[in-house]
Design a protein. Structure first.
Length: 253
């Protein structure tokens, strides 16, 4: 009798193509203090319930194809994803053909302006279709990981926050302003970010805030990005699994 072999399951952070039949994505526009902003919205196509939403904060090259893919992965995991384009106020990521130019433009946008634009996204999500507005999370990578820390202290609607190798604000705001549960992901060679770990842990523990922390040995900054030579498949899959489990625990309640 011939034996059949079950093919191995794809890694939990496997790329989700634009034509995946189980994911619906589209661009959304909403108002802000500087006019209309634009972000990338993804959801499970056949789900009729309102679902928890996870904002995705991009790296310093803007809302590129990789971050759109990550937003679709969130939809594949059973959430609504909103990839926020923090270059939207200056024409949007797609208006920059050179990633270096996108980075330069992003660096000119002040932290207060970024916060205002993300606040506009949060207000949009409160009235958006498909979204359970009382269950919002945020994930960000590199530059976006640092923004996630800022948001965790600044956006009270956030229930859960997962910064991937982000730099916390210095000095840290008052811990009393943080409502979000925190899962911090670090890479071994991020010495500057890692030097802040004791400060983060001490603050969270002293005020009895829910938190988790994982530092991945043998990895470098950006190890989750599968379009980068720094990509570490094993660590990326494990970190993504932990992030989705964290969101599932704290958003699906």
């Amino acid at each position: 009798m011939a034996q059949t072999t079950t093919p191995p399951a794809p890694p939990p952070n496997a790329s989700v193509p634009e034509n995946d039949v189980n994911v619906q994505w589209f661009w959304v526009e909403y108002g802000s203090e500087v006019g209309t902003l634009r972000s990338y919205f993804a959801r499970p196509r056949f789900e009729t319930r309102r679902l928890p939403v996870i904002l995705v904060i991009h790296e310093n090259r803007g809302l590129n194809d990789h971050i759109k893919d990550v937003t679709r992965r969130i939809a594949k995991a059973g959430f609504v994803g909103l990839g926020v384009d923090l270059l939207s106020r200056v024409g949007g990521t797609d208006s920059f053909t050179d990633p270096a130019a996108a980075t330069t433009a992003l660096n000119r946008i002040t932290p207060a302006e970024r916060l205002s634009d993300i606040r506009a996204a949060v207000e949009f999500l409160k009235i958006a279709e498909y979204v359970r507005a009382d269950r919002m999370g945020v994930v960000g990578f590199c530059f976006g990981g640092g923004v996630v820390y800022q948001l965790a202290f600044s956006i009270p609607e956030l229930v859960a926050a997962v910064p991937f190798y982000g730099t916390p604000p210095n000095p840290l705001p008052s811990w009393d302003t943080m409502n979000a549960k925190l899962l911090a992901i670090y890479s071994e060679s991020d010495y500057n970010q890692n030097s802040r770990i004791p400060e983060i842990v001490t603050g969270m523990v002293q005020l009895r805030k829910t938190m988790g922390l994982h530092l991945y040995q043998g990895t470098a900054h950006g190890f989750h990005n599968d379009t980068s030579p720094i990509y570490n498949p094993g660590a990326a899959a494990d970190a993504w699994s932990k992030a989705m489990a964290f969101f599932n625990t704290h958003l699906n309640t």
